[in-house]
Design a protein around this ligand. Structure first.
Ligand code: ATP
Ligand code: MG
Length: 565
């Protein structure tokens, strides 16, 4: 099924490197999540790139947990990240943690201090920020910038020994306060965190490296060749290279097992942004904590586990990534494209069944009251595809149909049931004609009456007779109740992140409606994560909490895009 597509720009870079024998033809990537939340579909774009490159070019992609901020990280997240990547169908080589390198990074920091390339700053974060200057104006040097090496060593050790309060001191790289790249203006290398133990190293460390000081070095220790990330890191790249310059080459032989010519390179591609959702872990955490969604795996969430529970398949998500591709330009992808991709995927595979959302009883007056044995019809799971299996549908005198499929008084544009009106086919069954209805005291229709033509059964010669409309039904005595959760987009506005209102005020009030539907008894056998098309309604998946006694289905997508203007 895979379409031929041209190489994306990262693949072109990799092929060029291979052709030139860079890094001896070795390809090694990594996916570096911070274990501070669940993976979302934005991460999947990076995952498809990192793992995809390794797969395509016989390389390896490792998983590296970027766990340098114990205040926000947890093993719960480590586990779910591994589970989600495996569900997507990717295989990592090894699992690393940035915390594996705390010892080496600390030693490097000491080395930087000894070489006069780092100093301890005692100013407040606000003072440091103020002194940074602007892209057009140089920054101001910290009064602590030129303190003697011995004092820096003593203070950094005091920071690590827990003698200094959190927030009171940082270790900064001494680079260039006038550099046009703001990231060179003495970036912070280390900060103190004593308020939270680390989920792996406990209380061993009181100082933790910043992203810029940890990431490139970790890549280098592991032997990463292509360090692929999103565009916002492009401005960090010179710093990534600066730190590597300090540790590569003959002076530092032995820090990486790949020899003096080896060097990792950072490359950047555009982030994924999708309309009608948010993709920041901070905002998603807020939605979860404040109970605005049912959890990280709420089927409205853009998380991998949410999408899975919603009924998205890993295959559809990967196809979507292939479609949108990788560029150097930030943009916004229409959620409609994601929905289109899952529809296309399920169209080929999801068995069709009847589910009646707003049932009214239909009595076929000329059908036998109590036949000798119940009549069993056979319907194809997908019309015209007998190879995809069939199912049995029990037929009888009393059925449920959709209330909207009957009108007591209709004009001739109405093709469904109406007394004295047209013939209508019951899906995979007989042709019927409405004769009348019965109402309660409030005028609500309680029963519809019809007659059937016994010679019109689908699959027989009479089954070829055409009608203008086909309607869905389930047999009353065997029908089962199912809770059906009609999910829709989480936000009512296209770009909640660009709105001046609080994002929580922008939630779509109609993102979840619950109905009790009458469904075919064949669904009693449905297992969690089984996909179906409820005829005329949309695509549905069996929810994780569904049991044979209490069936629950989640709407994955409607049959058509109802959001298109
Ligand atoms: P958030 O901003 O939601 O906290 P993050 O970027 O801090 O996300 P990380 O765990 O650090 O999350 O991300 C791991 C990897 O996933 C990084 O390489 C990052 O570039 C990539 N990534 C994160 N969000 C997106 C996105 N929306 N599109 C593409 N890649 C992304
Ligand atoms: Mg990050």
């Amino acid at each position: 099924m895979e379409e031929e597509r041209s190489l994306n720009f990262i693949e072109q870079i990799v092929e060029k490197d291979l052709a030139e024998g860079v890094n001896n033809g070795r390809i090694q990537t990594r996916f570096p999540p911070e274990p501070n939340g669940y993976l979302h579909i934005g991460h999947v774009k990076a995952i498809c790139m990192d793992f995809g490159i390794a797969e395509k070019y016989n390389g390896v992609c490792n998983l590296r947990f970027d766990d340098t901020n114990p205040a926000k990280e947890d093993t719960e997240y480590v586990e779910t990240i591994e589970r989600d990547i495996a569900w997507l169908g990717f295989k990592w080589g090894k699992i690393f943690y940035a915390s594996d390198y705390f010892e080496q990074l600390y030693d490097l920091a000491i080395r930087f201090i000894k070489e006069g390339k780092a100093y301890v700053d005692e100013q407040t974060p606000e003072q440091i920020a103020e002194q940074k200057g602007t892209p057009t104006e140089p920054g101001v040097a910290s009064p602590y910038r030129d303190r003697p090496v011995e004092e820096n060593l003593r203070l950094f050790q005091a920071m690590q020994n827990g003698e200094i309060e959190e927030g009171k001191m940082v270790l900064r790289a001494k680079i260039d306060m006038a550099n046009p790249n703001m990231h060179f203006r003495d970036p912070i290398m280390y900060r103190i965190i004593t308020s939270h133990p680390h989920h792996r190293t406990g209380r061993r460390w009181n100082v933790y490296p910043m992203y810029d000081f940890a990431h490139g070095q970790s890549d280098y220790f592991e032997g990463v060749t292509h360090s692929i990330c999103t565009l916002e890191f492009e401005v960090h790249r010179p710093l990534y290279d600066y730190f590597l310059d300090q540790i590569t080459g003959p002076n530092f032989a032995g820090l990486s097992p790949y020899g003096p010519d080896y060097r990792p390179k950072q490359r950047e591609f555009n982030r994924l942004n999708i309309t009608y959702t948010v993709m920041s872990k901070r905002k998603m955490l807020q939605l979860v904590k404040e109970g605005l969604v049912a959890g990280w795996d709420d089927p409205r969430m853009p998380t991998v586990c949410g999408l899975r529970r919603r009924g998205y398949t890993a295959r559809a998500i990967r196809t979507f990534m292939d479609k949108i591709g990788y560029t150097k330009v930030e943009g916004m992808i229409d959620q409609g494209l994601l929905e289109h991709t899952i529809r296309e995927d399920l169209k080929e595979t999801a068995p069709r069944v009847c589910a009646i959302f707003d049932p009214v009883k239909l009595i076929i007056t000329n059908y036998p009251e109590s036949p000798d044995k119940p009549e069993i019809l056979v319907a194809e799971n997908i019309d015209g595809h007998p190879e995809l299996g069939t199912r049995e549908m029990r037929f009888a005198k009393e059925l449920y149909i959709e209330r909207a499929d009957f009108l007591e008084q209709a004009d001739n544009k109405f093709y469904r049931l109406s007394p004295g009106g047209r013939e209508v086919r019951l899906k995979a069954s007989y042709i019927i004609q409405a004769t009348g209805c019965e109402k309660d005291a409030n005028g609500n229709i309680t029963t519809v009456f019809a007659t059937y033509d016994p010679d019109s059964k689908s699959g027989t010669e009479g089954g070829n007779r055409k009608t203008k409309a086909t309607i869905n039904w389930v047999e009353c005595s065997s029908a089962m109740d199912a809770e059906v959760r009609l999910y829709d987009r989480l936000f009512a506005v296209e770009n909640p992140s660009a709105d001046e209102r609080d994002f929580r005020e922008l939630l779509n009030p109609d993102s979840l409606k619950i109905v009790t539907a009458k469904v075919e008894p064949s669904l009693a056998q449905a297992k969690v994560q089984d996909h179906f098309q409820f005829l005329k309604q949309g695509y549905f998946v069996v929810d994780d909490d569904s049991t044979p006694q209490h069936l629950i289905f989640n709407r994955t997508a409607s049959l058509k895009d109802n959001w298109q203007k």
